[in-house]
Design a protein around this ligand. Structure first.
Ligand SMILES: [Zn+2]
Length: 284
């Protein structure tokens, strides 16, 4: 059916209390693994790439792969650009066929975040593309965006309401205590804040830093209105660890097909677990 906008998928998820997982993929095998997981579990899927991955693989290669996957799949698939701070690159991604984009202007003051987001919303609306924006600052490292824990800032619920009204954004990623990367201890999620935001904001909410959040905390976030969960680090680590294990088991292996196959399988199984956890299994 081709790539679809993530907006109706996420609206249905928010309305019915489940979450859709957005997986950051970096190679063809990772992309295929999460698509197979979605097919086998009948889950809607968001393929997600950072700006770094767009530069690594090339925009045309990336979109072509995602389009083929979406055309062959019997479940809805959206292609989302994660954490983009560069307006020109974002527009290039829209033109190339991305059906969902995140404009991240969260490092700017509120007013400027509104202006920058609004500009993207206007263009995206004409193309039926979902726009996600961030309020507050999610801590940790995402590509080349680094936010110190001390600088991480939680989103203010009243500002969230104002922000959505002023920008017309289709999905909102409020900083609520999660972080990018792998948690050292347990994440310090402010559930009360999610509740307060969800009361004021009807659009689907997005949970960043989904890697390594304990299962029952993920379920609680989803039940409170987090309709999209981003998983990047855990997937990347699982893929790499599997390859490291293959080389330990067989140091002489020189055929990529030999070590890519188990790595792909590990990613697929992990993706299925995350889908199960977010409750999107059977929702496609
Ligand atoms: Zn993020």
């Amino acid at each position: 059916m081709g790539l679809v906008s993530s907006t109706p998928l996420l609206q249905d998820a928010r309305k019915n209390g489940y979450g859709i997982v957005a997986f950051n993929v970096h190679t063809l095998e990772m992309l295929q693994a999460v698509v197979e997981a979605a097919e086998e579990t009948r889950s809607p899927l968001i393929l997600q790439t950072t700006v770094g991955t767009v530069k690594h693989l090339g925009l045309d290669y990336l979109v072509a792969n995602a389009k083929v996957a979406a055309e062959k799949a019997s479940v809805p698939i959206a292609l989302h650009l994660d954490h983009c701070t560069d307006f020109d690159l974002l527009v290039q991604c829209l033109r190339a066929g991305y059906t969902s984009v995140m404009i991240d202007a969260s490092m700017h003051p509120f007013e400027e975040n509104v202006q920058r987001t609004k500009r993207v919303v206007e263009i995206a609306k004409a193309l039926n593309v979902n726009v996600e924006a961030e309020l507050g600052k999610v801590g940790g490292v995402e590509d080349d965006i680094v936010v110190d824990e001390a600088d991480a800032l939680l989103a203010d619920p009243d500002e969230c309401k104002q922000f959505v009204e002023l920008t017309g954004v289709a999905t909102l990623a409020p900083a609520i205590g999660t972080a990018h990367g792998i948690y050292k201890g347990e994440p310090n999620i402010d559930f009360k804040r999610i509740e307060e935001i969800a009361k004021r904001v009807q659009v689907p909410l997005v949970l960043h830093g989904g890697s390594g959040i304990p299962g029952e905390q993920v379920r609680r976030c989803v039940s409170l209105g987090m309709a999209k969960m981003n998983v990047a680090t855990e997937l990347k680590n699982a893929f790499s660890e599997s390859m490291k294990q293959s080389f330990r088991d067989n140091p002489g292996e020189l055929d990529p097909r030999k070590y890519m196959v188990p790595a792909k399988e590990v990613v697929k199984q992990l993706a299925k677990q995350k889908m199960e956890l977010c409750g999107c299994v059977g929702k496609a």
